[in-house]
Design a protein around this ligand. Sequence first.
Ligand code: ASP
Ligand code: MG
Length: 423
Amino acid sequence: MGLVVQKYGGSSVADAEGIKRVAKRIVEAKKNGHQVVVVVSAMGDTTDELIDLAEQVSPMPTGREFDMLLTAGERISMALLAMAIKNLGHKAQSFTGSQAGVITDSVHNKARIIDVTPGRIRTALDEGNIAIVAGFQGVSQDSKDITTLGRGGSDTTAVALAAALDAEVCEIYTDVDGVFTADPRVVKKAKKIDWISFEDMLELAASGSKVLLHRCVEYARRYNIPIHVRSSFSGLQGTWVSNEPRGDQQVEHAIISGVAHDVSEAKITVVGVPDKPGEAAAIFRTIANAEINIDMVVQNVSAASTGLTDISFTLPKAEGRKAIDALERAKATIGFESLRYDDQIAKISLVGAGMKTNPGVTAGFFEALSDAGVNIELISTSEIRISVVTRADDVNEAVRAVHTAFGLDSDSDEAVVYGGTGR
Ligand code: ASP
Ligand code: MG
């Protein structure tokens, strides 16, 4: 029996009852002969509450003190969990990210892990402890300040520790039974996926699936750590994410893995851009200099007049203001006519490695949307994904229509959502 890393999200430890329930589960794994390292998130909505509090004392809190504050959420749950385990008669010790050896760069609020030196965790395990580690945090190598890894970062902590400790598996416990063929909050007939490749999971995560963060899957693929996503509320097998399925893992959806959607993006259209070399470069250099990541891009002949084009792109809504301001400042140099900002959009994506070799997937996708009366505004594709932008109002219907059209609907039980808010 090897070492397992288990990660419990905020909804699994939302209250004292939840913490006691999780403690029992952890003790079971220990009794089965595993060495157990647990990564825990802040209880329930603690992180959001701390952010609200910070905003009340300062309009745009960021940086060192903000990270100091947010990491407190995970410290509360780690200590309570260790107490609950001890109460069940087992040895447990809790560690902050820094104590656990999670070393990061010094970019506050979205630090990247650059090394993990889990010496104290090893010692704790060797002494028979269950080690509990606060997720979502580390310590900067340069400044020695406490950092956080970005929202949802505990998953990444778990995978990084699993890699550093050479764990058998990284189990991510959440409030749904695994990765589904669509968001079970939207599609009642979504099916649980038994096994999915890192490749498809990365595309789903990039396309808005919230069950696993992109960065966490990326890390797991790099170090080849199998992830088992499962519910902390049921005893069911969840979804395995790995390079290759094991013999007992069913691979049902050979062509399509699932349908993802994302309502967190907005669209900016730069209207009346002179149709000459260097214009797109100037626009996107401006956006890049503002440190904004964009997603889809299209260029059209301008409706306004000849010799001009319109360039539209999508970006996180949260960056909308910053992008508009940056473009306005560069208006004279770039030489466009006006800007349009639209945050009532949704992105719907179909993902599956099988589409590389199966003709007709794109046609089927567009037919399903058209049958549902959904208008398409932008399109982008990769080898294993097709994405469209539609009106936000159409998103649920569009996702359901595509899910049905590709035969992904389950005929048995409805997908269960045990709690939480989707993150
Ligand atoms: N508590 C942090 C958050 O809510 C980290 C996590 O849950 O993974 O984003
Ligand atoms: Mg959380």
